[in-house]
Design a protein around this ligand. Structure first.
Ligand code: GLU
Length: 464
């Protein structure tokens, strides 16, 4: 049997962290099993679905590299299919027309609530052997209800939560088509999971309540019941349900905030799933390891510090070539244009080790391409009048040497010895003049990459 999983977002907003994790697990499971991963857009809520949200979801998946084998299928383009299945069910007697009016149902609900009962449909139009149905009213367009079994239980072995059993007596006869003929949410999911041959439904546990109804409908259609894995929710750093107020909950926001997709993917993979002690692994490894047996049923708590740690790891691990285009774009957002010189690859080689965020990295290296405004406090502290003569001497020397990091270092050492100073006494003001701040990687390497001409120009501008 070919494994077939799906990601079925409702396009009502961006791809958030929880959705991305669901997509990632479904994708990885299909990859691991040599199966197929399907993208289905559940856009039947026409009021809340937007093309922009569809695009945002696709952008998020594309950024993360969650490629799908089939789809995207849009439910709004499948209405005819749902209508056909509705007719099949009406014909088979597993669904029926219900003419109870809105007012009638409201009155019923009120009576039941007052009597302390759980509000539910009274089965007025439910056909039963030997039962005479009321006269069909001419002015009430009917809805279609699913004829849910009234006895027994519906049960499944949830791959995350274990066995779940619900008494059928708890379940109402669900409306599967509105009185304008449009199919309802749970029904479309059932038809699609059936027709798309889904073998594992991996989704958020906010859908646990839908599952018994969906299983009953699948049974009525004669479908093989898929396995279900309901993923627990993700809590914010503060232990509260993840929501907008936690800041970056959209996956693309992480991109904007300077995270590498490798870090986000690795982070999401560990959000509720584990493989021994493994914390750092790439997607190839993940797809080899991933199973549905090691997903924790308890809620996973978001940990920004850990994500930052992974981000630092993956930035270090990335080649400078691999991140240079991304960094060029981030610099452009800072209004800094990258030129051929200084060579960006050399700059990144020098800075990558120290970075834990791509935006920070871009900011840190901007001075190579745009003369920085020196930090006033650093100027006052390091670029003092007493050191300026030394720096002038040094600048003169710099103009004569062959431009290598070793030669630069040697030159600084000579001057330091000549004036009886400590190395930082000279290195710090050099940093302030060249980088704008007193922190940088080794100054000889910075100068080497910055180039002789630019270095001398910046020193001279600072000393006049
Ligand atoms: N469309 C649903 C959602 O976005 C998911 C339905 C499902 O996975 O069955 O929450």
């Amino acid at each position: 049997m070919t494994i077939r999983t799906r990601f079925a977002p409702s396009p009502t907003g961006f791809l958030h962290i929880g959705g991305a994790r669901t997509a990632l697990f479904s994708w990885a499971y299909a990859k691991k099993q040599g199966g197929k991963f399907i993208l289905r857009i559940e856009d039947t809520d026409v009021e809340r679905s937007t093309p922009a949200a569809v695009q945002a979801i696709m952008d998020g998946m594309q950024w993360l590299g969650l490629d799908y084998d089939e789809g995207p299928f849009y439910q709004m383009q499948r209405i005819d299919t749902y209508k056909k299945v509705l007719q099949t069910m009406l014909d088979a007697g597993t669904a029926y027309y219900c003419y109870s009016s809105k007012e009638e149902l409201e009155a019923l609900r009120e009576t039941q609530t007052l009597a302390g009962e759980k509000p539910r449909y009274d089965g007025k139009w439910r056909p039963e052997a030997g039962k005479t149905l009321p006269q069909v009213p001419s002015d009430t367009p009917p809805v279609i209800r699913f004829k849910n079994p009234q006895t027994g239980v519906v049960a499944w072995d949830d791959l995350v939560k274990g066995r779940i059993e619900i008494a059928n007596s708890e379940l109402d006869d669900l409306i599967i088509a509105r009185n304008d003929g449009t199919p309802t949410y749970n029904f479309c999911v059932v038809v699609d999971d059936y027709e798309m041959g889904i073998t594992q439904v991996i989704r958020g546990d906010d859908h646990v309540n839908n599952t018994p109804r969906q299983i009953n409908m699948l049974v009525a259609l004669g479908a093989t019941i898929p396995q279900y894995a309901h993923l627990s929710m993700i809590l914010g750093d503060d232990g509260q349900k993840l929501s907008k107020r936690h800041g970056a909950v959209s996956v693309m926001q992480y991109h904007e905030d300077g995270y590498l997709k490798e870090a986000v993917l690795n982070y999401l993979a560990r959000l509720g799933w584990s493989h021994g002690d493994a914390e750092i692994f790439n997607m190839q490894q993940f797809c080899q390891w991933f199973d549905l047996d090691h997903i924790t049923p308890s809620a996973a708590q978001f940990n920004t510090e850990k994500l930052n740690w992974l981000n630092a790891h993956y930035i270090k691990e990335a080649t400078s070539d691999a991140i240079s285009a991304d960094i060029t774009q981030r610099l452009a957002k800072l209004n800094v244009q990258v030129h051929a010189e200084p060579n960006l690859i050399n700059v990144l080689n020098l800075y990558k080790e120290r970075a834990n965020n791509l935006n920070q990295l871009a900011k840190d290296i901007a001075y190579f391409y745009a003369v920085p405004v020196a930090n006033a406090a650093d100027v006052e502290k390091h670029l003092t009048d007493d050191i300026k003569p030394t720096l002038k001497t040094l600048a003169k020397q710099f103009s004569t040497i062959e431009w290598t990091a070793e030669a630069i270092h040697h030159e600084i050492n000579l001057v330091v010895a000549q004036y009886g100073l400590k190395f930082p006494k000279v290195a710090m003001p050099l940093r302030v003049m060249l980088c704008g701040i007193a922190q940088s990687p080794s100054i000889d390497q910075v100068m080497n990459i910055l180039g002789q001409k630019e270095t001398l120009a910046r020193i001279s501008a600072s000393l006049t």
